[in-house]
Write a protein that binds this ligand. Sequence first.
Ligand SMILES: [Zn+2]
Length: 441
Amino acid sequence: MRASFSKGHGGMSLRTVAWLLYSVFLPVVASAQEKPDSELLLFINQIKAVDHHTHALPAPNPAAKVVSSVDPLGTSPPFFSVRQRETNPEWIAAWRALYSYPHQDASTEHVREAISAKQRLIQEKGKEYPAWILDQVGIEFALINAPALGLGQTEPRFRLVPYADGFLFPFPMADFRGNPPQLRRAEVGLDKAPPPWEEYLALVSSRLRQWKAKGAVAVKFTIAYYRPLEFAPAAEGDAKKIYDRYFQDDATQPRDYRTVDYKTLQNFLFRHVVREAGRNGLAVHVHTGEGGGPFFGVAGSNPLLLDSVLNDVALAQTTFVLVHGGPPFDRALSALIQKPNVYADVSAQTFFHSRHDLSETLRLWLWAFPEKVLFGTDAFTMTPLRGWEEMTWLATKTGREALALALTQMIAAGDITRARAEEIARMVMRDNSIRLYKLAL
Ligand SMILES: [Zn+2]
């Protein structure tokens, strides 16, 4: 999940009042209602995790000048959930844990101290900074969803998951609101008009092989941001006819991909990319469920729309991960992860949903298919003090607590033993991902 962020300056007094209210009342209410078993939580907190989906950034270039921000905490657009907003008191806890921030509030003056402390650490740790952050939150491996790994993001701890969306946009895109960034095409090797059909299909395969050779473990589709996830079966002959017509007409001409013909072409290409990824040993990650921003088509992000793709025997060699676990359709997802090659991760639910809500989703999934559920954060940078580091800390804490809560309730209900709970906890936090991607230090 990614979302654009508009900067501004919030009223500090309102913010302070909001914090006071949250910090005084929220913990009392939460602990009075439900609590994970403390020993089980302690056990889960000590598991070295795999973050299955993150947008963690590389270490900043040491030669780059540090730009000081007037308002490093920033203010949020209305579509940011409560936990993402600058009023969330958990950011303070994150700074305390990561940067030894000594204060209990986020006054303007203290926030400046927090950003200075963070910048000092960035300078001091240099290229070790990304790994150092992972160490602080107990993450051993992180799957980075980005065009490439950067400074300090080295294997084996950091593994690449590049974007594959560009393959579905062979022709230059007409410009309208909600377009995928042009960068998506460049990432797959399309910086201008595409080659003829056969060469194009070959380009897909060779790009996937290159990524695999560079250490990628999967490719990621964010395509639900641009069209519904229903990729109906399409005959190659039909797709080729459309492609050839566009190609002969004018391959450089920008096209509106929302037409029926372009969709048919995409339907074929999606399955082609998915099949080739499987052949080349790359898993396919698909964004499922709600997305960032006020214009995201939620209905089209329903993972059940992928049913015919997941049932396609020609694609049985490909492993799919339904990234974010498809909220608000996450209950329906248990019907998909029963398929042998389909997994789900909890990334984004670990900050977008409450510990309670995530524990309910987990309880449903884990009761039936504990070997198919993967921990993840979807951490990304919103502002200098609500960055991938703070989001990693926050989402990891929620993920561990929600898992502890779900397993505590499953033990109490007689679904599983305590020993099995510990086993499932290790599976979700690390073992399932390690097995899936053959991760090793
Ligand atoms: Zn993401």
